[in-house]
Design a protein around this ligand. Structure first.
Ligand code: MF3
Ligand code: CO
Ligand code: CO
Length: 277
């Protein structure tokens, strides 16, 4: 069942999203060569608790941490390891889910560690644009397939990247993962029709090479969770926002910078028009 949220619930999720965005804003300055993935975990966990919220990944299906931290070819669900020390040129993704007063928010961001290659900058830029294309498609009357189509066409046809199929966006609230599944690939005009009051995430994972992923567990990690890497070792970027679909268009609830969001959405709307998406 897909529940439609009231304005009050959306407001609650926005408060949760502010805490989450606050962590990302701090990470922008903190992430540097020499920092460990576990340093990120400790910082995020403390920040969330200090702001009257809880990290809802911790305890989720046995996951032990507040954050997922994935570097370079790692795609998702990496644990924040002490021995993962960020190096100049790395690409690190930090994904968190926050609960404040019963309201969930979920957002992943990609960070360049020190000086990254032009290839890495391009991958990050295209992946971020893919996220905003997905958000811009999330208007009342469109369908889920419109979101997936835009992301897939942009990343795989306009750019020669791999658009990970196996991990999806999702509805969110009252729990982290609700219906519907939000595919990052698909066909225009297909799938569920979008309605005002839906709260969902879009969170494309885009690989420089193949879209295929491999799982790497576990034993080396002393942790029950499987994490994913690109099948060909190519690097992967990810951006994720939680947002509400409203009669006035999508409202981003994990916004880090309203001006930046507006700029990216304006770009996305124009791109959608120019390419007949
Ligand atoms: N935040 C992730 C998502 O985008 C979920 C991570 S799984 C967890 O859906 F175990 F870490 F919580
Ligand atoms: Co997430
Ligand atoms: Co998510």
């Amino acid at each position: 069942m897909i529940t439609l949220k009231s304005e009050r619930e959306i407001e609650g999720m926005r408060e949760s999203g502010k805490v989450l965005a606050g962590v990302h804003l701090e990470l922008r300055n903190m992430i540097k060569p020499g920092l460990s993935a576990y340093d990120i975990e400790v910082f995020a966990n403390d920040y969330i608790l200090k702001h009257g919220a809880t990290p809802s990944e911790k305890g989720f299906e046995g996951y032990k941490y507040a954050t997922c931290v994935d570097v370079n070819d790692e795609v998702a669900h990496g644990t924040p390891r002490r021995d993962l020390i960020l190096k100049d040129g790395d690409l690190v993704k930090v994904d968190m889910t926050v609960n404040k007063n019963g309201y969930e928010s979920d957002s992943c961001w990609s960070y360049a560690v020190g000086n990254v290659s032009q290839e890495t900058k391009d991958l990050m830029d295209v992946t971020k644009k893919a996220l905003y294309l997905g958000i811009a498609e999330s208007v009342v009357g469109n369908r889920l397939g419109d979101i997936g189509f835009a992301i897939q066409d942009f990343t795989e046809n306009k750019h020669d990247y791999g658009d990970v199929r196996d991990l999806l966006g999702h509805g969110i609230q009252p729990t982290m993962h609700e219906k519907p599944d939000v595919f990052h690939y698909g066909q225009k005009g297909k799938g569920l029709r979008l309605k005002a009051g839906m709260t969902i995430t879009v969170e494309p994972m885009i690989n420089e090479g193949t879209w295929k992923i491999a799982d790497r567990s576990v034993k080396d990690r002393n942790d029950p969770w499987i994490y994913y890497v690109s099948a060909d070792g190519s690097w992967s970027a990810q951006y994720e926002h939680t947002f509400a679909i409203t009669d006035d268009g999508p409202v981003i609830l994990t916004s880090q910078d309203a001006e930046e969001d507006e700029k990216m959405l304006a770009w996305a709307r124009q791109y959608i028009k120019d390419n007949n998406y």
